[in-house]
Each structure stands twice: as C-alpha cells, then as structure tokens.
Design a protein around this ligand. Sequence first.
Ligand code: AMP
Length: 280
Amino acid sequence: MLRTTTKQEVREQVKAWKAEGLSIGLVPTMGYLHEGHGSLIARARKENDRVIVSDFVNPIQFGPKEDLATYPRDFEADCKLCEELGADLIFHPEPEEMYAENFHSYVGVNVLSENLCGKSRPIHFNGVCTVVTKLFMLSQADRAYFGQKDAQQLAIVRRMARDLDYNIEIVGCPIIREEDGLAKSSRNTYLSAEERKAAVVLHRALTLGEQLVRSGEKDAAKVVAAITKEIEAEPLARIDYVELVDWNELQPQSVVPDQVLVAVAVYIGKTRLIDNFIVE
Ligand code: AMP
C-alpha cells in the first residue's frame, strides 16, 4: 500500500492506473478508523480495481467552537487497517497541502443543508462539499463510498455529484454499530464509562421511533415526541435536535412521507453524537 502526503503523488498514481484502464474507488475519512470506515473500504475493495482511502481531518468543516484541535488521530493504526482490508493508497495530507494561502473557493448545496446538522453547524457542509470535490478531482474515482451514519452528508454529496455532473457514483453504506446498538464513531472515544453507557439512548430512542413509523404512524409530531421523551429520560443526554424530514429534500414534514429520514443529534456530556434511521 502506498502512503502519501502529496497531491502530486496521488495524481501520478491515478494517471498510471487510468492508463491501464483500472477502476478506482475512493473512501473519504477523517481517520481514527473503526469498523464503520472498514465496511466502506471492504465494499470499495469488492467493487473496484484500486482503492484510495483519504485520511484527513478537514479544518474547514469545523466551526470555531468545535473539536478540531482534539479530534482523535492514530495514523499508524489507520494504515494497518487499510493494509488489512486491501486498500492500495492512503492519502494523508497536511492542511497546507489541501488549502493554499488565500484559498477562497468553496462548493455548497442549498436546501439540503438547511435543516438537521446544518442548523447548528452552519459552515459544516460547505467544508465537506469543498474537500470532497477536491478529493474527487484528485482521485478521478469511479465510485465514492459514504456511510448512512452521516445521512445528511450522504444526501448532500449525492446531490452535489448529480447537480454538478461529477460523473462519479456515490455509494451509501449501512450504519455499523457496537453490540449494544451505539453507532460506531471516532468521537465515541471522548465518552467516559458512564457516558458510554448513557449513549445507547440514541439507538434505543430511534428504534422506538422506527417501530412507530413501520407500524404505520403517520403523525410526524408523535414520532418525534416519542423519541424526544425517551432521550429526555436519560440524565446525561441533552438534545440538539430530533427531526423528521423527507429523504429527498430533507425538509421537515407533518405527515410521515413514504421516504423518511429521522435523525438526532444529542450531547452526552460534552460529546455531540448523531444517529438516524431511514425508511424507504
Ligand atoms: P468520518 O471519518 O467520521 O468523517 O467518516 C468517514 C466516512 O465513514 C463517512 O462516510 C461516514 O459516514 C462513515 N462512517 C462513520 N461511522 C460509520 C459507521 N458507524 N457506519 C458506517 N459508516 C460510518
């Protein structure tokens, strides 16, 4: 597996692969890899001749009060997992390599970024779209892999690729969970033992909500209220949002639509966790 920190080396490798007619799968990550990331890499491995993993904590998607400085990192462990899963290249640039001085160009998607995480993280999705665009350009990938764990991100990246003719297939992958149901996340490492136990409330509450939707409940307020009540019963939890939106435009609904995304963001202590379910 090739490790590189430079865009030039990625370009050269991609050019050589393309000259051989090989297909390329890209898995964008912020590192500190776990089985959630692993599932994306394994899927990319199956569906492409070559697999590129990017491992980059993207500063422009973090707000001023967010956890950029403390975001967990372990590049050696990341390389080990990528090797084991058969990735061909890991791209691990410094911020200066990605963002030259006087960087002023951003990509964004309107409407889909208005609700959910977009409300409390106003610059987040422009940062995501911008870095993802750069990674698409560099990797010339045929397919890129994103987790449903970040459902709004998946929807936004998919729309961006369609709207702006990126000619790349966006592949959505299911949420990988711990045994007790907590969605795997690099940020779970912030949780104390007590908080870790409390954190399972996100999945517990969403499971209740999903049962309601699947049993035919059409009143969106009732679904949101049931989830909210369950989370509020956990003393260590503080809700950022519980939202029910259509899984197309990500707009709030009063009647549960046929394709629905129900998503939550909850602080457990100081750690903000997200989770969701989609019924299509
Ligand atoms: P991150 O490193 O957190 O930016 O995540 C990189 C990619 O891995 C994103 O597409 C995430 O949605 C995906 N991902 C993170 N956690 C999980 C998980 N538990 N299950 C599936 N995909 C995940």
